[in-house]
Design a protein around this ligand. Structure first.
Ligand code: ACM
Length: 261
């Protein structure tokens, strides 16, 4: 299975331009599962709830969904990317996983970072995997979810093999922390981060790039630079994530001491 990430520097509020840029970076590259960053079509640094609402897209009419649908259908692949989801009066920091057969799934970020708490609504749905082509089980996380090991643990315990982590990371320790997350759950983790800087009013964010793909053994299979605008693809065997044995004596799931935790 070919999986990849796309890393770039979206321009705040320029949805059409950002979608065009993503399309041009994808170019002729083909893969089975591609992960784009968090809020890739809008940018991240919203100044107010009113501004988030303005950029909110309802399902299934939004520009970002239509774009992901077009790419998934034309390229015959599954694609994940972050967008502002509007559902009635609520707005969520969400990811959309679009499959080549026009099925799609939404994940709403559960752990909101800093000022996101003032502008996005809290999401409550439990963690579960989504099935993509060939029966591969995919789990979604968004950015700051990385700091809460329970999130990926629940996805892995439920059977997820490949975790798609759409991000706008500002802390440079996440990429290394994800190595541990992959290892302790024996899953593949694809982190698609953005690059660049956003300064809007009193808010300023510098994003750390270094998107990566980590194996269930905790090996970094691919890592981008801090500022690259790039799509990178690698071949993986997702079945490697089904084997929870570290060695013949240690199964990382059945060795858990739930009796004393
Ligand atoms: C983040 O969660 N986007 C920092």
């Amino acid at each position: 299975m070919k999986v990849g990430f796309l890393q770039f520097n979206p321009e705040f509020g320029k949805v059409d331009e950002n979608l065009e840029k993503v399309e041009s970076i994808i170019g002729n590259v083909v893969c089975d599962l591609l992960v784009l960053p968090e809020l890739f079509s809008t940018g991240y640094t919203f100044k107010s709830k009113a501004e988030v609402i303005k950029f909110g897209e309802s399902i299934p009419d939004g520009k970002t969904l239509k774009f992901l649908k077009k790419v998934a259908t034309e390229k015959k692949m599954s694609i994940v990317g972050g967008f502002v989801e509007r559902d009635g009066k609520k707005v969520y920091n969400s990811s959309l996983l679009y499959l080549e057969n026009s099925k799609y799934f939404i994940y709403r970020k559960k752990h909101l970072y800093r000022y996101e708490k003032n502008i996005f609504d809290t999401a409550y749905e439990p963690y579960k995997f989504f099935l993509i082509q060939n029966g591969i089980k995919v789990g979604l996380l968004i950015c700051f979810d990385w700091l809460f090991p329970e999130a990926m643990r629940q996805l892995a315990l439920s059977g997820a093999q490949v975790i798609c982590h759409s991000a706008n990371l500002v802390m440079d320790v996440c990429q290394d922390a994800m190595v541990t997350r992959a290892l302790e759950n024996r899953v593949f983790v694809i982190t698609a981060n953005r690059t660049g800087m956003e300064k809007r009013g009193r808010f300023e964010n510098r994003f750390t790039g270094m998107s990566q793909i980590v194996s269930p053994e905790g090996r970094i299979l691919l890592r981008a630079g801090e500022d690259d605008e790039v799509i990178s693809v690698i071949d993986i065997n997702p079945d490697d994530a089904l084997n929870k044995f570290l060695n013949p004596q240690n199964n990382i799931f059945s060795d858990r001491r739930e009796d004393i935790y």
